[in-house]
Design a binder for this molecule. Structure first.
Ligand code: AHR
Length: 507
């Protein structure tokens, strides 16, 4: 049995947890767009203008805050003008990054914006720096967001959209250190300044420009970007060229060459995965520390716009499509990431899991007209009360919940808490594969009313959902909460994730 105490001061508030930490990512990759979000108007799968309605409904239930598109690596070979106008007249291209398949461009700007409207999510568009031009990106912004009369506005209207859309989040390239152009940090930073200059704020549409940032722990890349973020000395009040910079981090159980199966793994693989997941804490801290030097007021956002697990593709599927199953292990990777995101909420403005449907650590898997909610989906749903809530820092005394994994120590308990609209939400994960955990929630500075709790667990870490067994891993009511004089006591089974919600009585 692991034991731990979590001290939560109900009257000491931390930063707001932006809802955008629960963001998403959809790339033209495998069956994320085609077959996932988009089936086309003639499909027997219920759709609105070609967009799958079951997918929309499932994501709306998560309060999906934003969606990043069209990539990823694909973004840097995507030319937006190929994706407007009548479908049959749109040029085709080869998706060289992902499976070398033909892209018919049927899902383009208008379809993406319609999808965001159906989802009630903010668009996050990733522009092409790797193989595009400054003019191309500048005109895309104009096409989307300008009102009145201009060449791009007339083109938009010819394509049936009178009013401009509102777009805030704008990515300037993707992984420019790799698939987005194999650039050096200095060159990439210069390009970010140049492209950002021509990504204009049209009318009252204010862009939040996100420069292509580091991979993993490449703090030098972040430092180079921060050194170039503003034109110090050019103006009386220096203005930042970009408002955020990205970082990408994926969770693996081993090296890239031996990622392992999504469903067939042993306890050792599992613990190595959890160590890798927990590494995001140090990575966010490292980038934040560098950013603090140049931006002590914390106005510039860190944007983790790709994160999640990456396993070998499912046997028999196209290796270029990155289709993987999703087990309880993936769910615990997600719940642990969210606790860490909440802790870094002052600097972390956005995070986007890769990817929403049918690719990598997906929320949803489609199979023809069938739709499966993955264990990861349920973590997003159980945690959605943290969106735009005020964080309540959790101090864990968890010496009794640690285990040796190779040369490292793994904390097997993870927790976070927040308050919103008079309700406190506490999330706790027991990462131990075999031992239950007794957790004392020592609540100070206030009292809570009657708690309700839910749990996500399964017999085995490898359990997952399929069309034939769609609720093998699904949340249910949790009875293991006891109200004590000082707070709450939870007894969590091995490999489980629990959320406790209670009204804040007084503080
Ligand atoms: O999410 C899959 C790929 O991973 C993205 O296209 C790329 O940005 C990253 O390397």
């Amino acid at each position: 049995m692991s034991t731990a105490t979590a001290i939560i001061n109900l009257d000491i508030e931390g930063p707001t947890i932006s809802r955008h930490l629960y963001g998403h990512f959809a790339e033209h990759l495998g069956h994320c767009i085609y077959g996932g979000f988009w089936v086309g108007e003639d499909s027997p799968v219920p759709n609105e203008g070609g967009i799958r309605l079951d997918v929309v409904e499932a994501l709306r239930a998560l309060d999906i805050p934003n969606l990043r598109w069209p990539g990823g690596c694909f973004a840097d070979e995507y030319h937006w003008r190929d994706g407007i106008g009548p479908h049959e007249q749109r040029p085709r291209m080869v998706n060289t990054h992902w499976g070398n398949v033909e892209e018919n461009n049927h899902f383009g700007t208008h379809e993406f914006m319609a999808l965001c409207e159906l989802l009630g999510a903010e668009p996050y568009i990733s522009g092409n720096v790797g193989s595009g031009t400054v003019r191309e990106m500048s005109e895309w912004v104009e096409y989307l967001t300008r009102d009145g009369d201009s060449p791009m506005v007339r083109l938009r209207k010819e394509n049936g959209r009178e009013e401009p859309w509102r777009v805030k989040y704008w990515g300037i390239g993707n992984e420019t250190w790799g698939c987005g152009g194999n650039m050096r940090a200095e060159y990439s930073a210069d390009l970010a300044r140049q492209y950002a200059t021509y990504c204009r704020d049209h009318g009252d549409n204010k862009l939040y420009r996100i420069a292509s940032g580091a991979s993993d722990a490449d703090y030098k890349w972040t430092e180079t970007l921060m050194q170039q973020i503003s034109c110090f000395g050019c103006e009386a009040t220096p203005k930042n060229f970009f408002q955020g910079l990205s970082v990408h981090y994926y969770t693996l159980a081993g090296p890239w060459e031996a990622k392992g199966s999504a469903t067939e793994f042993d306890a050792e693989d599992y613990y190595r995965t959890m160590l890798s997941a927990r590494r995001i804490d140090r990575i966010l801290a490292g980038h934040s520390t560098v950013m603090d030097v140049y931006d002590p007021g914390r106005t510039v956002g860190l944007v983790l716009d790709e994160w999640g697990t990456w396993w070998d593709v499912e046997p028999g599927t196209d290796p270029g499509f990155l289709f993987q199953q999703n087990t309880l292990r993936d769910a615990l990777v997600a719940s642990t990431h969210f606790d860490i995101f909440h802790k870094h909420a002052a600097r972390l403005h956005m995070a986007n899991i890769a990817q929403t449907v049918n690719v990598l650590q997906a929320m949803l898997l489609t199979d023809g007209d069938a739709l499966v909610l993955t264990p990861t989906y349920h973590v997003f749903e159980m945690n959605k009360g943290h969106q735009d809530a005020t964080s309540l820092p959790v101090h864990l005394r968890a010496e009794g919940a640690r285990r040796r994994v190779g040369d490292a120590e793994l904390d097997t308990l993870s927790a976070s808490a927040s308050v919103k609209d008079g309700k406190v939400l506490i999330s706790v994960s027991n990462l131990d594969a075999g031992e239950p955990a007794d957790i004392t929630l020592d609540l100070r500075g206030g009292t809570l009313g009657e708690p309700t709790a839910r749990i996500l667990t399964a017999d085995k870490l490898q359990d997952h959902n399929t069309p034939a067994a769609s609720t093998a891993v699904a949340p249910r009511a949790f009875e293991g909460v006891t109200v004590t004089a000082d707070g709450l006591k939870l007894t969590l089974p091995p490999h489980s994730f629990v959320t406790v919600q209670a009204p804040l009585d007084q503080r």
